[in-house]
Design a protein around this ligand. Structure first.
Ligand code: FAD
Ligand code: SF4
Ligand code: SF4
Length: 477
């Protein structure tokens, strides 16, 4: 009988790929985790207990066939593991790097629940596809036959790109329009290199281009081309524009020089990684070097800002969040990484106002957690008289994002939106109320995750194919 390669969790401990020491990683923008060595990946994959009902899989938004690709990895059948992994995920190596696994697949692994430490699913997923790239198994898309129909996709983020991939594989003519100069959306200009290096995203862009996806870059729909023009050019249109309107800070002095938006700050830093000239960085406006930096917010964007500021050589970096550590929306793993790198968190602290123009300090109000609100979450409330001034010459606002007003910007009153301004679309198909118009990703869900945008893009592409096939059948009758 063949030797049982799995269920090793009883005597093999959980082990993540090596993390670079804080004082080595806090000066550059390279990823902080190394790749698994082959033997380590096999060993860690072999810890899986091959559950009959795998909760890891049901809590992965893509329902990845995790137990099977773990078993194939443990058996050294890596190419088969890759084939299986990429069958359900357009960008497995990206999800392996940046999914909040502790809330999704790994957080629901039965081994974790039984106290043995979760199988390191994300790290193995990354290892499988990085190996596939190294070995040349990742090929350009080559459709069996070309179709005449075309689809216009607005937005080259993960939602738009996942849909482009599925449609192009079926031979559909795909054109992606984006207002940036590079594709990838927030994977390129939002998420910093220490979580996701830029060449990992760019090689996916090249793969899609080589496979025949046409990209029209520097094209702001609503300004450089109308939505109506795109609709007239294509048999179907997919809106995948994300959410970009920053929530603002209130309070006296909030308009002072030196108070900047998180995405402007992160985009400037990411552009530098590409070697671009960034005047706002050179002028000091979006550069933390030598400054006392205060970041306001407790989500993943705030974590990315504080860690970027450390790497730019800030004098001090503090993060203000109005609730406590247990109630913050950002990942605990990222808070720990930030603390190791020298960031100081001021929990239960909210900005009340700002001193000076240019800004020289933040007026900080101490908070406490009060009664739970309708959702059961405790609301922060100010502690009277508990205030102090926190010196700051760069304040970064990381309070979240809202959708732009697409019906007005694009002059499309029939494009229905929710009361939050997100596009109304059917979850599962992305169908909007407009014939042949679909929408996916953050513009439908509100600020969410890369893995959900991929899921939406893939689902919507399947629905668009049904729509094209139905139209073809009608034309043939
Ligand atoms: P986007 O990625 O936002 O892409 C939308 C694209 O549409 C952009 O390229 C934009 O230029 C283009 N566009 C917009 N309007 C127009 C127009 N009018 N004309 C032409 N083009 C247009 N998620 C994770 O899973 N893990 C993380 O670690 C993580 N970290 C994050 C860190 C930051 C700083 C931010 C801001 C987000 C992070 N996210 C993370 C969230 C994740 O990036 C998004 O949920 C995801 O990128 C949404 O994908 P999308 O395709 O809907 O939109
Ligand atoms: Fe886990 Fe994300 Fe990979 Fe799914 S896509 S298995 S949630 S890391
Ligand atoms: Fe393996 Fe954990 Fe998934 Fe079970 S839940 S199949 S042990 S990874």
């Amino acid at each position: 009988m063949a030797k049982q390669p799995m269920l090793k969790f009883v005597n093999v401990e959980r082990d993540m790929p090596e993390k670079r020491a804080a004082d080595a990683r806090n000066k550059d923008f390279h990823e902080i985790y190394a790749e698994f060595a082959d033997a380590k990946a096999k060993e860690q994959a072999s810890r899986c207990s091959q559950c009959g009902v795998p909760y890891c899989q049901s809590h992965c938004p893509l329902h990845n066939n995790i137990p099977d690709w773990l078993r194939l990895t443990a058996q050294g059948r890596l190419q088969e593991a890759y084939d299986l992994s990429q069958a359900t995920n357009t960008f497995p190596e990206i999800c392996g790097r940046i999914c909040p696994q502790d809330r999704l697949c790994e957080g629901n692994c039965v081994i974790e629940q039984s106290g043995h430490g979760t199988v390191t699913i994300g790290a193995v997923e990354k290892y499988i596809t990085d190996t596939a790239w190294d070995k040349g198994w990742v090929q350009a898309i080559a459709p069996k036959a070309e179709r005449v129909e075309s689809v216009g996709i607005i937005g080259a983020g993960p939602g738009g790109l996942a849909a482009a991939d599925v449609l192009r594989r079926e031979g559909v003519q795909v054109t992606v329009y984006d207002r940036y100069d590079r594709g990838g959306g927030l994977m390129t200009y939002g998420i910093p290199g220490f979580k996701l290096e830029k060449d990992v995203v760019m090689r996916r862009m090249e793969q899609l281009e080589k496979g025949g996806v046409e990209f029209v870059m520097n094209c702001n729909v609503g300004e450089d081309i109308t939505f109506e023009d795109i609709r007239n050019k294509h048999n179907a249109v997919l809106i995948a524009t994300g959410v970009y309107k920053s929530r603002d800070l209130q309070g006296p002095g909030s308009g002072a020089q030196g108070i900047v938006r998180a995405l402007d700050y992160l985009t400037a830093s990411n552009r530098l990684s590409f070697g671009d000239v960034v005047p706002e960085y050179d002028s000091g406006e979006l550069n933390a070097e030598g400054k006392n930096v205060v970041v306001v917010g407790g989500g993943d964007t705030a974590m990315d800002c504080v860690r970027t500021a450390i790497r730019q050589g800030a004098k001090s970096v503090k993060c203000l969040y109005r609730r406590d550590r247990d109630n913050m929306p950002g990942s605990q793993r990222e808070v720990q990484n930030a603390e190791e790198e020298g960031v100081i968190f001021e929990w239960l602290s909210a900005p009340k106002g700002f001193v000076g123009d240019p800004v020289s300090a933040v007026k900080v109000q101490q908070m406490r957690l009060g009664q739970p609100d309708a959702t059961g979450r405790q609301s922060p409330e100010p502690i009277e008289g508990a205030e102090h001034d926190e010196p700051a010459d760069l304040v970064i606002k990381a309070l979240g994002f809202e959708p732009e007003d697409l019906p007005t910007l694009w002059n499309q009153k029939e494009l229905e939106v929710t009361r939050w301004g997100t596009v109304k679309a059917d979850f599962g198909t992305g169908k909007t109320a407009m014939e042949g118009v679909y929408a996916v990703g953050d513009i439908v869900r509100g600020a969410s995750l890369v893995v959900w945008a991929i899921r939406d893009g893939r689902d919507s592409a399947a629905a668009i194919l049904d729509h094209l096939n139905a139209a073809q059948t009608v034309a043939a009758e």
